[in-house]
Design a protein around this ligand. Structure first.
Ligand SMILES: [Zn+2]
Length: 233
């Protein structure tokens, strides 16, 4: 499904996976749960492109519903991979992976982490880095937004006021909300990151969960940033 020009949402994957189409190739943002590569590559095919046209895979963060198919996708496409310094050790399986607080944590570790194939990150990125995506429009920028995970990042295209938000916010009930406390490493820090986003010029917000917001995201981010107290549910 096309979300906005050159950006497509893959249906039926555990998190929102976006495909960016450019003349020189495709970029995939986030990679779904283990096994999601079939649907993602089917979506690539539906765009009239082949797996070898996928040149880059960008990861917003280390959670298993965003990196599960990374190793398989990288192997099938030959794409280069991009992630933050904070989350790369966990993505590569060299550090303990972050899991939900409470009872869900052990369940996640058993159900999903055991199915994660080792993946390699070719490019570690930092705040303000410009990526070779949408290069003709000034390039996609890295915005560090820690809290949901230690190394959570968003990708921002100033020329279009377009944000790939990952799980910095999720779309819910017509608005944008923080992820539930149990899914965040540090919810207070996650709120600070939303305040950082709310101070930017963002019109379209494409989150990792929930329906993409293609206009008017600024006001929704401001409303989330200005919430008086943190919910711990
Ligand atoms: Zn997440």
């Amino acid at each position: 499904m096309q979300v906005c020009p050159d950006v497509h949402l893959v249906d039926g994957v555990s998190c929102n996976v976006y495909i960016i189409t450019e003349p020189d190739g495709l970029t995939i943002v986030d990679a779904g749960l283990p096994g999601a590569q079939k649907r993602i590559l089917a979506a690539v095919g539906a765009l009239g492109r082949s797996p070898r046209d996928v040149r880059r895979i960008l990861l917003t963060h280390q959670h298993v519903d965003h990196i599960g198919a990374l190793a398989a996708l990288a192997a099938e496409t030959g794409a280069e991979t991009w992630a933050s310094a904070g989350d790369t050790p966990a993505i590569e399986g060299r550090a303990r992976r972050e899991a939900p607080h409470g009872l869900l944590g052990p369940i996640f570790r058993l159900a999903f982490f055991t199915r994660l194939a080792p993946a390699t990150i070719a490019h570690i990125v930092y705040e303000g880095d410009s990526l070779p995506v949408f290069g003709s429009e000034g390039g996609l920028r890295v915005i560090e937004t820690p809290g949901h995970t230690a190394g959570h990042i968003c990708f921002y295209l100033p020329a279009r006021k377009l944000l790939f938000a990952g799980d910095a916010v999720r779309a819910s009930n017509g608005g944008l909300a923080l992820s539930p406390h149990m899914l965040n490493l540090d919810t207070a820090q996650a709120l600070q990151s939303v305040r950082k986003l709310a101070a930017m010029d963002i019109a379209a917000c494409l989150p990792g969960h929930g329906a993409p917001v293609t206009t008017g995201a600024q006001a929704l981010l401001a409303a989330t940033a200005n919430q008086p107290a943190l919910s711990r549910v």
